[in-house]
Design a protein around this ligand. Structure first.
Ligand SMILES: [Zn+2]
Length: 243
């Protein structure tokens, strides 16, 4: 029924999407025609010191404003910016880059103590790649149009992002549970792996962080061995190797 009439359907619209599109159109009008009376009233009431796209929800917003403001992310997602003289660009805040991890410019954090001797160079290099989304996970290869199949080859349930393969995947969680208590008690939200490393740096001592780095790299090697050789190490053996 949702198909268009030309495709043999009945042309019913997806009402949720349709409503969002109408609200986004309202934002676009407020943005493009600030001289209109309604735009001036909205600006005076809700965003006197910013643009409609940066406007906060504020205290006790009206239903109309809450709805319109809620659609601003949709407009921002589709927005293309002509740089011009660059005066109105916020280098640290605006989305610059076409792909994750952050879409924005950021200084790579100093992740590791350069004098730490208990983390091998291979592990440092691996974590650096994982934090910068440069591992060839299936999801990353999909983003680069190398493959069309993003599904995790281990659990075959979800897209294989770096966060998934190294942390969220049930097989990864089994392995972290076999590690130390701090790994078991840690809880992270995706979609990126960088917050996991930052979180571990906060709560772990040097020995524990070395174990974390060792397990993370071996999870990736185990995943590769599964794909290329059909082997899959038991979590306990993997942790033993990393210790
Ligand atoms: Zn998985």
């Amino acid at each position: 029924m949702g198909l268009s009439k030309t495709q043999g359907g009945m042309g019913f619209r997806d009402l949720v999407c349709f409503n969002k599109a109408l609200l986004a159109k309202q934002i676009w009008r407020l943005w493009k025609a600030p001289e209109n009376l309604i735009a001036q009233i909205m600006k005076a009431k809700y965003y006197p010191n910013s643009t409609v796209l940066d406007a906060p929800l504020g205290n006790r917003p009206s239903f109309a404003w809450r709805s319109i403001q809620g659609a601003s992310d949709l407009v921002k997602d589709g927005l293309v910016w002509r740089v011009g003289n660059g005066k109105s660009i916020h280098i640290w805040k605006d989305k610059w880059l076409p792909r994750p991890p952050m879409y924005t410019v950021y200084s790579p954090p100093l992740l590791f103590d350069p004098n730490a001797t208990n983390i091998s160079n291979a592990e440092k290099h691996f974590l650096w790649r994982a934090c910068h989304e440069s591992l060839p996970t299936k999801a990353n290869l999909c983003n680069r149009k190398v493959t069309r199949d993003p599904i995790c080859p281990v659990c075959e349930r979800e897209a294989e992002t770096t966060f998934h393969v190294l942390w969220q995947c049930p097989a990864a969680q089994d392995t972290w549970s076999a590690g130390c208590r701090k790994f078991q008690k840690s809880c992270f939200e995706g979609p990126f792996f960088l917050p996991v490393v930052e979180g571990m740096l906060r709560v772990c001592g040097q020995q524990e962080f070395a174990l974390f780095a060792g397990i993370a790299r071996r999870l990736w090697l185990r995943r590769n061995a599964l794909i290329h050789e059909g082997d899959f190490l038991h979590p306990n053996i993997l942790v033993q190797q990393a210790t």
